[in-house]
Design a protein around this ligand. Structure first.
Ligand SMILES: *Cc1c(COP(=O)(O)O)cnc(C)c1O
Length: 369
């Protein structure tokens, strides 16, 4: 079976991990945390980095740090992971969703402004699968209406929008270091911002909101979202290779595209747009209606031929958990509904070889060409 993801850990990972063991620094107090925070923040052009347990809690802390809560609305894409909407709902606010663009699969930025109400507090952008959201229109709308911008850059390490690093847009940005991301810490995440007060809020929220001058006394509730020195050791070693990793993923994407573009049954994400060159977090495809079955059946057929796959995101407005809460009544997002059912991605991990890509591509071709 060709796995859908396998990370590449053959740099300084072992050396730095051994340092954790040899020195006994294994908790969140170790020296690698600060180094990882500083280097990662600098890499994406931010002043402050706050390392956390994973990319999902990075969003939770960011929403609360921005003061988003009861009665507020946040505009976000429907085509994304549950973490984005869950953070908004848990904070007591209401997610308002935007459909996807049929070509890039990112949020359709032309649909944002019509959704703004007096309760709208923020826009959450989520860059999808390797191409950034078209940020200029989003930032213009946010400035015009006085809205905060939260940028979920979990899939965008090393990507740029018009030459500016993803993760440097808006008031606050978040990353994940799950093993299928461009760099990994096993589990892990990072919040980045240029706002010192927001950074302080996030640090406090990450660490149970201990009062700095009176430990074990709390004026508000936080979480234990701390990253360990062991995770940061991995992160540092991975970060050293980010440029190489992005180049690898781009080469993988180019090779897949060489094999699979021009097949009428398959729609691929563009290799580039006017503002970015795809970094192919994953290599996704959407089946045209000429294929008489959906992604679920396609994935079964590929599994029978030893090819690992994953389905596309399932839209937030169709999630049973949110429908039960009474959210998204009457919401319709036909593009996201379609690509969720007809889209899936093929093996895309950092350790994938050229031979494996050739095997995957020829198997896909056999099925759909
Ligand atoms: C992976 C991912 C997350 C969540 O990160 P975890 O570290 O798995 O919690 C959030 N948003 C997006 C867009 C992601 O791809």
């Amino acid at each position: 079976m060709i796995p859908v993801n396998e990370p590449l850990l053959n740099g300084n990972e072992k050396k730095y991990l051994n340092e954790c063991i040899d020195t006994g620094w294994i908790s969140s107090e170790g020296p690698f945390i600060k180094q990882f925070e500083e280097r990662f923040a600098a890499r994406v052009g931010r002043k402050f980095g706050i390392a956390v347990m994973n990319g999902s809690v990075a969003i939770d802390a960011s929403i609360v740090a921005l003061g988003i809560g009861k009665g507020d609305e946040v505009i976000m894409p429907t085509f994304t992971i549950i973490s984005c909407a869950a953070a908004i709902v848990r904070a007591g606010a209401v997610p308002v969703v935007v459909d996807a663009d049929p070509q890039t699969w990112n949020m359709d930025v032309t649909k944002i402004e019509a959704l703004i109400t007096p309760r709208t507090k923020a826009i959450m952008v989520v860059h999808i699968y390797g191409l950034p959201v078209d940020m200029d229109p989003v930032l213009a709308i946010a400035a015009k209406h006085g809205l905060k911008v939260i940028e979920d850059a979990a899939e965008m390490h090393g990507q740029t929008y018009n030459g500016k690093p993803c993760g440097s847009f808006g008031d606050i940005s978040t990353f994940s270091f799950y093993p299928n991301k461009h760099i990994t810490t096993g589990e892990g995440g990072m919040i980045v911002t240029d706002d010192e007060k927001l950074a302080e809020r996030c640090r406090s929220l990450r660490n149970l909101c201990f009062l700095p001058y009176k430990r074990f006394v709390h004026e508000e509730l936080g979480w234990n979202f701390r990253m360990t020195n062991i995770q940061a050791a991995l992160g540092l070693a991975q970060l050293e290779r980010l440029d190489e990793f992005v180049a690898r993923k781009r080469a993988m994407g180019a090779l897949y595209r060489q094999h699979l573009s021009g097949i009428p049954a398959l729609q691929l994400q563009p290799g580039s747009t006017s503002y970015a060159e795809n970094i192919f977090w994953v290599f996704g495809m959407v089946l045209n209606e000429s294929v008489g079955y959906d992604a679920e059946e396609a994935m079964k057929r590929l599994a029978a031929k030893q090819i690992g796959t994953r389905p596309f995101f399932f839209p937030m407005h169709e999630q049973p958990v949110f429908r039960k809460m009474g959210l998204f009544q009457g919401t319709s997002c036909p593009v996201a509904e379609r690509i969720a059912r007809r889209g899936f991605y093929v093996p895309s991990g950092m350790a994938l070889t050229t031979d494996q890509i050739t095997t995957v591509a020829s198997t896909v071709k056999e099925l759909f060409a």
